[in-house]
Design a protein around this ligand. Structure first.
Ligand code: AMP
Length: 395
């Protein structure tokens, strides 16, 4: 793997694909700068070597040039976090960008305007990629959040840098932590999959059965599995057309010696609302008119026992409707269990969508080993796909 450590960037202009797709408020202030901070180690390494950085990113989903999506809004935040004055190019390609890049001195940063002002970016246009490529001497991809896209700046551009292309520190960390779970995790390895639907997690489950010793299935997915085995799930969310598949997954798991753990009890509610009446019921005996919205107390205990005996833990998807306070207990308890196991030496990776939101909201971010910065990219990695942004550097 070609990492930044393999190279001295002295006098080099590094064209870096970062993920600065950060949320802005109505005054265009950055409301969460996690992604900018995440790119800092890469930028600092290159500047410290005596190189310069040309930063390129997308922001939002503009349709053509729309100034509300300008990266100029985040320039001040980049300067604050990196601690270096930043030059801004009002177009990501063209004469101005090229001149600013040509005149860039070691230690300086040039921030390019939103790549997605050009439809060629998402189309993976080769000419557009080449124009971008002309700005730098070397290419660094540090944008894990878009690594699953074959866009101009994330993948297509790499062909113009032959042996001068590198994984940034963030991308490297993401790849390493996925590897730790999927390839060389210390046993026993546990995957916890929650969330709403079986259909969105099937490929992950199938891929992961070869890698894990234990699989906890929670959240809304539970009920497709419970009903498929003859349980009564009341009005709980269920994908009837996936019941057959659920049984096949359980068979496969048995054949591969993977222990599957489902909730045994749930917090059932008489409406999909935080104000609903609730009762704790057996997962396979949910009365009509009631729906399971969170893991129950016995399930929480059972899951904790599994978590504490595992050395490698992957968590994707909440155990309940954590957005509502009354149905967040299972997810919070699981977060606590994983934090405890991590403290005792387990490696824990949280990734892909809502579990990351839950981990941040409930303050577990610093208590797990690694929180992935990429939603879709993480999910596709867990499905076993080789991401275009990663493949392009390896080619
Ligand atoms: P996903 O994006 O597939 O990880 O699903 C996350 C969503 O699943 C969250 O918005 C949760 O509210 C939802 N969810 C979790 N458990 C349940 C449940 N028992 N019933 C309905 N939705 C659920």
């Amino acid at each position: 793997m070609k990492t930044l450590r393999d190279f001295n960037f002295k006098d080099k202009k590094a064209l870096i694909r970062v993920d600065f797709n950060v949320p802005l408020d109505e005054h265009f202030n950055v409301t969460d700068d996690t992604r900018i901070a995440a790119a800092k180690p890469t930028i600092t390494k290159i500047l410290d070597d005596g190189g310069s950085c040309i930063l390129m990113s997308h922001l939002g989903r503009p349709k053509g040039v729309q100034k509300e999506f300008s990266l100029e809004h985040i320039k001040a935040k980049v300067e604050e976090i990196i601690g270096v004055d930043t030059i801004f190019a009002s177009d990501c390609i063209g004469e101005e960008a090229q001149t600013l890049a040509d005149n860039l001195k070691p230690g300086q940063i040039l921030l390019l305007e939103n790549l997605r002002f050009y439809k060629e970016e998402e189309a993976g246009d080769k000419d557009f990629s080449e124009k971008l490529a002309k700005l730098g001497d070397v290419y660094v991809n540090d944008a894990f959040g878009t690594a699953h896209r074959a866009h101009a700046s994330t993948a297509v551009i790499a062909q113009f840098f032959k042996d001068k292309k590198f994984f940034g520190h963030l991308l490297e960390q993401e790849i390493e932590s996925i590897k730790k779970v999927m390839e060389n995790g210390e046993k026993p390895v546990l995957a916890i999959l929650g969330g709403a639907k079986v259909s969105s997690k099937i490929t992950i489950i199938e891929n992961i059965l070869d890698k894990v010793d234990h699989l906890i299935i929670g959240g809304g997915m539970t009920f497709t599995f419970v009903k498929a085995q003859g349980g009564h799930i009341g009005d709980s969310i269920c994908e009837d057309d996936k019941m057959e598949l659920a049984l096949q997954i359980l068979d496969k798991a048995r054949a591969k010696n993977v222990k599957v753990h489902l909730p045994v009890d749930v917090v059932a509610a008489d409406a999909f609302s935080n104000e609903a009446d609730t009762q704790i019921v057996d997962v396979a005996h949910i009365p009509d008119g009631w729906q399971g919205l969170d893991a129950g107390p016995q399930s929480i205990k059972n899951f904790d026992a599994v978590v504490q005996q595992c050395k490698t833990i992957l968590w994707n998807g909440p155990l309940g409707v954590f957005e509502m306070e009354n149905f967040a207990k299972g997810t919070i308890a699981l977060g606590n269990s994983i934090a405890e196991a991590t403290k005792n030496g387990a490696f824990s990776l949280v990734g892909g969508g809502d579990s990351v939101a839950a981990v941040k909201e409930f303050g577990f971010e610093d208590k797990v080993s690694y929180v992935s910065t990429g939603g879709g990219a993480m999910l596709e990695s867990l499905e076993g796909k080789i991401l275009p942004g990663i493949a392009a550097i390896l080619e």
